[in-house]
Structures are given as C-alpha cells and as structure tokens.
Ligand binder design. Structure first.
Ligand SMILES: *Cc1c(COP(=O)(O)O)cnc(C)c1O
Length: 361
C-alpha cells in the first residue's frame, strides 16, 4: 500500500501566504502533473481559493484540465510553430504563446483561414536561450505585429534562468532587458497586455518584479530553492505500511553493495517504497557555475552519511542500507511496531509516479 497524502489546509495556507506579499493576481503553474499533486483536485482547490489563471507546459496537461472541468483561463508556457498543436490549443481555448516569427506566421495562417482574430502572448528571450523573441528581434516583431492586426497580443512574458541564486545579478539583467523590450512595444503603439516574468524564486525575493502577474509553481507546494522566509508548508508526504518484520543477527549486511552492517542483533522492518516511488529523488539545481557544482558535490558527499528517517507512530525511524528500487529496510530495534503499521515518508510529489493514488485530506 502506498498513497500520496496532500493536506488541503496547508495548501490553502500557502496560497494565502503567497497572496499576502503581492497586490497582483497569481498564475498557478501546473506543469509536471501539477508539481505532482495531479490535475483534478489540485486546480479545483486553487480555483476555490481565488486563483483564476493556470499555466501548463504541455498540450496534454491543458486538455486534461479542460476535461476535468476547469473553465478558468489557461496559458501555454511554450511557443509552438506546429500548426496542428496550435489548432488543438485554440480548440480547447488555451492561450498560445508566440516566441518566434515562425509561430506568428502559423497563427496568422490559422486566423486567416478561419476568418477570425486570434489572441496570443509574446514570449521574450531575455537570456534563457530557449523560447522567445530576442531583444534584437523587436523592430522586426513590431513591424510584423503592425501588419498582422488579426493577431491580438494579450500578454508579454519572459522566464528567469537563475532566480533561485540570490547572489547572481543575472536576474536583474534579465528584468532590465524585459522592460526595455516592453517599452519598445509600447513606444511603437503596441499594447503588451499583461506583463509577467516572476517564477516562485523571483516572486519571493524580488517584490519589485511582480509586474501585472507572476507564474507560481513550486512555491504553492512549498518546495523552493530560496530561503523560506514566508514559512511555506511543504506539501505532500507518502504513507505506506510495514510489510514484514524479522530479526537479523549481529554483523549482517543490509541491502545492495553491503553499505550497512548490523552492530547488534537488529529488528528490521521492510517497507515497499523505493526510488521508483520518488523516495529521495531530487531535482538538481540548474545553475552550473563552478561554485554551484561544488556545492552540489559537497551536499552529495554530506548526504552519503546522512541518516534518512521515516515516521512510525510519531517516532523517527532510520532507514538502513541503500534505498532499493521498490523497498527500504528500517531499523525497528527501539520501536514498538508491528506488521501493518503505517509508515510516513517525505517525498517530493513531483517525483511520485502519477499512477500512485493522491489523497486530499
Ligand atoms: C516552471 C515555470 C514556472 C514556474 O516556476 P516555479 O519556480 O516552479 O515557480 C514559470 N514560468 C515558466 C516558463 C516555467 O517553465
């Protein structure tokens, strides 16, 4: 047995805390299966708590939200120039993103063929190097937008690459580039629509960058890479049960690679949860400067000897030996526990397979 438990009250508390530091609305970003919380109850709770705008990274996520009855505004985070994909987005009333001339021309073609005006958001590449028009594209973009009045711009946005690194000034640079691009649009008489650039890290640390709205994902689930000054709750933990118990003699190895040897006769419990369930899987940091890389290596080395605990009957119980694909072994010597007792484990929901049941309580 295993389930991912999501505590609604903690989620609502996170939404309230995030709201308390801004006067602007929030776009809840729901990529990666809604950061692991799923695309059914999670967006409904967000809606019930005043979030009226969602963002997704794939067409499949967008369709799933519509099929689950979400009628709120949904935007696509990526630019696509694939005509069939743009048609699907429009059919489901998802706001497309244009980040290239190619994408603009395809949208124009659809608009003309169907004889309807179409609306999209512009993505600006302020230094991420992925989707978006480059600053040097602005003059051409302005001309193209003026000659395509059938394409309406309802938003303009960009994405930070290092906002979690508070020591880097790259975020400020990107923000300045974005503002310059937006000014060029407005100076040329093109309204940029809603302007947004903050992800969670920037939203929490750079209040002056909130603009008209922010795209918030990881902060909703309280799993952020910047200092948690707001006291956001970490959302999501797994529960499973002790599947079997036995006594191991002194000097027995436990698990793959013989990394652990019992120092006493040891009562072990086996729990059917492992790497495949997302246990101890972490998303790596993306800023690979030398210092960042060294920090990653240091934290890996530190974690080699770090004990990892699960919780049984309100007691912390250590995992011994390596975490397996499907199982862990825990040391029950000092615990009053029996087969079937519930085991509580910390996991990042995003790393938990979508087929594992999500329970909101
Ligand atoms: C993932 C993503 C976000 C949200 O990032 P968080 O740090 O999880 O808040 C915002 N914008 C874009 C383009 C993204 O891909």
């Amino acid at each position: 047995m295993k389930k991912l438990i999501i505590e609604k009250s903690k989620l609502v508390d996170n939404i309230d805390k995030l709201r308390s530091i801004t006067n602007t609305p929030i776009i809840a970003t729901l990529k990666n299966n809604g950061y692991g919380l799923g695309l059914d109850e999670f967006p409904k709770i967000l809606e019930q708590n005043g979030i009226e705008f969602f963002a997704v990274a794939t067409i499949e996520e967008a369709i799933k939200l519509r099929e689950n009855g979400i009628t709120a505004k949904i935007m696509m985070l990526h630019s696509t120039a694939i005509e069939s994909d743009l048609l699907t987005l429009l059919n489901y009333e998802i706001i497309p993103t244009i980040g290239s001339f190619e994408a603009l021309y395809v949208l124009d073609k659809i608009s003309k063929e169907n004889n309807v005006p179409l609306y999209a958001q512009l993505k600006i590449d302020t230094g991420f190097g992925r989707f978006g028009f480059l600053p040097e594209d602005m003059e051409k973009l302005i001309n193209e937008l003026k000659s395509h009045p059938n394409i309406g711009i309802i938003g303009t946005f960009s994405h930070f690459s290092c906002a979690f690194n508070e020591k880097s000034n790259y975020t400020d640079k990107q923000f300045n580039i974005f503002n310059k691009c937006v000014s060029k649009l407005t100076d040329a008489g093109i309204e940029p629509g809603i302007r947004h650039i903050c992800n969670s890290s920037a939203f929490l640390t750079k209040l002056h960058m909130h603009l008209d709205t922010s795209r918030i994902g990881s902060a909703l689930v309280g799993r952020i890479l910047v200092q948690n000054a707001l006291g956001l709750n970490k959302i999501g933990y797994m529960i499973s049960a002790i599947e079997d118990i036995k006594m191991l003699p002194i000097n027995s190895y436990v698990g793959y690679s013989n990394t652990y040897k019992t120092k006493f006769e040891t009562k072990i419990g086996i729990v059917p949860v492992g790497y495949l369930d997302g246990l101890e899987l972490k998303k790596g940091q993306d800023c690979f400067d030398l210092l960042g890389t060294l920090r990653e290596i240091y934290s890996k080395i530190k974690s080699l000897n770090k004990k990892i605990y699960v919780e049984i009957n309100n007691k912390n119980v250590p995992i011994i030996g390596k975490i397996g694909t499907n199982n862990i072994v825990i040391d029950l010597t000092d615990v009053d526990a029996k087969v079937g007792d519930i085991v509580k484990l910390d996991v990042n929901p995003m790393m938990v397979r979508p087929d594992i049941e999500r329970v909101f309580e």
